[in-house]
Design a protein around this ligand. Structure first.
Ligand SMILES: CC(C)(COP(=O)(O)OP(=O)(O)OC[C@H]1O[C@@H](n2cnc3c(N)ncnc32)[C@H](O)[C@@H]1OP(=O)(O)O)[C@@H](O)C(=O)NCCC(=O)NCCS
Length: 162
């Protein structure tokens, strides 16, 4: 799907985004039920009154939510941030939405004086496309923990130098 002028990004999430983000997460087809639960917990933490750790950007096309990214400062570091989750609706993938979401995250982290963005993902076949995405957008693979998630499922750590 080509990127069109209809793709709009906005900062932050509102309660009405929760079902839309749940739909996006379900559509991508790679997340296991326990991963979906954690992704929704992060969304709920971001929606909680007074929450200020989790920072979100949401992508919409024609008023419909098609993706989001969430990140936050890593505790006990001077200026490192973690990208916790990024997802683009299956039907909208490959059209530049993910790249724009990552840029929104990077721009925000830079504006806050961040120097590194850390991203973790799985080393399994199911995440081959995801790792291609991280490579394409300039992330460096800096660590790999064999059998981290379960036997045969490594944790792969990427670093984006800001
Ligand atoms: C990973 C994801 C966020 C990327 O979003 P996207 O909108 O599909 O990505 P984009 O269209 O912006 O692609 C950006 C770049 O990544 C590359 N890329 C994206 N998907 C790719 C794929 N399947 N194969 C090869 N390269 C790919 C493209 O080449 C593109 O580079 P280009 O702009 O130079 O052409 C999205 O595919 C997704 O939601 N995946 C499932 C959820 C997931 O795994 N999230 C991460 C959890 S750790």
């Amino acid at each position: 799907m080509p990127v069109t002028a209809e793709t709009r990004l906005r900062a932050g999430i509102v309660n009405a985004d929760r079902p839309a983000l749940a739909r996006v997460l379900a559509s991508v087809g790679v997340f296991r039920p326990d991963e979906l639960d954690v992704a929704l917990e992060v969304i709920d933490a971001g929606l909680a009154p007074g929450a200020d750790h989790y920072r979100f950007a949401v992508a919409e096309q024609a008023g419909v939510v098609v993706g989001y990214v969430v990140w936050g400062r890593t505790p006990c570091t001077d200026a490192v941030y973690d990208l916790y989750w990024i997802a683009v609706d299956k039907a909208a993938q490959g059209g530049g939405v993910g790249r724009r979401l990552l840029k929104a995250c990077v721009d925000d982290v830079r504006a806050r004086g961040g120097r590194l963005l850390i991203i973790e993902t799985e080393g399994t076949v199911a995440y081959d496309d995801t790792r291609r995405f991280y490579f394409a957008v300039g992330c460096d693979e800096v660590a790999r923990i064999p059998d981290f998630y379960r036997p045969g499922a490594d944790k792969v750590v990427y670093r984006l130098q800001l």
